[in-house]
Design a protein around this ligand. Structure first.
Ligand code: NDP
Ligand code: 8X3
Length: 251
């Protein structure tokens, strides 16, 4: 994996940050993206000890900013081998009649359209170089729908469909495409979903042992280190105590 470059969206927290750290420690050059500049600066400082790091500060909802950010990459970071489409969140958790339309916009604009913009900005070079690996971070919410999950689940079902579509359309171009669908992972995810209500967020992960972001980073690492003819197309992972979105063995 030496001399490979990974572009990771949502690297400022949770799964993206754990993946950035693991990749960097294994000598992969990393391009780290997110909106929180302070966290990007800290990652740049901490991970430069292991590898070359470049940070890009942009909101993936803003189409022009996405294309400008990718275009601004210096020569030594311009050949992207791995794209991890990870940035995303749930916003709110309400029944469909009570849902907030701004939350709906955020989830569809970030989780779906943002992922598409980043992919479109990076794909031409991957096609030209006839190699690349795109890992889309989906969710168990992209495989089933749970009460009050409506639009978040829709956004992750869209990621599942886009992942399949990408694999079909890029077949024969030397580009691997796969989705990783985690169940419940303890990150800032629930804090964002519940708009900073940390008590409510903590409760989500109480009474059982959820996945840690490092567990998903390990799986992403496994995925990118398979032989060149092996593509992990679709992988779902839950903690031992989770059987489905609604069945969790809580003490
Ligand atoms: P976190 O909230 O910890 O991380 C979310 C990341 O996405 C942050 O780095 C954030 O960076 C970035 N992000 C959010 N909105 C934007 C935006 N508009 N523009 C750019 N970056 C953005 O959550 P997770 O690590 O848990 O989530 C990562 C992915 O994993 C998401 O796609 C999520 O749907 C998925 N997932 C999470 C699960 C869980 O239980 N935690 C389970 C299954 C899937 P910043 O705020 O700095 O921009
Ligand atoms: C995050 C997992 O169960 O909160 O995608 O939807 S869940």
């Amino acid at each position: 994996m030496q001399n490979k470059t990974a572009f990771i969206t949502g690297a400022t927290s949770g799964i993206g940050m754990a993946t950035a750290k693991l990749f960097a420690k294994n000598g992969v050059k990393v391009i780290l993206c997110g909106r929180r500049e302070d966290r990007l600066k800290k990652l740049l400082k901490d991970l430069s000890e292991f590898t070359e790091v470049y940070t890009l500060n942009f909101d993936i909802r803003k189409k022009e900013d996405v294309f400008m950010a990718v275009k601004s990459l210096p020569e030594q970071f311009s050949k992207i081998d791995i794209l991890i489409n990870n940035a995303g969140n749930a916003h709110g958790m309400d029944t469909i009649d009570e849902g907030n339309t701004e939350d709906w916009d955020a989830m569809l604009d970030i989780n779906v359209k943002g992922l598409l913009y980043v992919s479109k900005a990076i794909l031409p070079k991957m096609i030209e170089q006839k190699s690349g690996h795109i890992i889309n971070i989906g969710s168990t919410a992209g495989k089933e729908v749970y009460p009050k999950g409506n639009v978040y689940c829709a956004s992750k079902h869209a990621v599942d469909a886009i992942n399949q579509g990408m694999r079909i359309d890029l077949n024969g171009k030397g580009i691997k495409v796969g989705v990783i669908n985690p169940g419940m992972v303890e990150t800032e995810f629930s804090e964002v979903r519940f708009k900073g209500d940390s008590k409510k967020a903590e409760k989500v992960y109480q009474g059982f042992t959820p996945l840690k972001p490092e567990d998903i980073a390990d799986i992403i690492w496994f995925t990118v280190t398979r032989p060149s003819h092996v593509n992990i197309a679709d992988l779902t992972v839950m903690c031992l105590d989770q059987a489905s979105s609604t069945i969790v063995n809580k003490k």
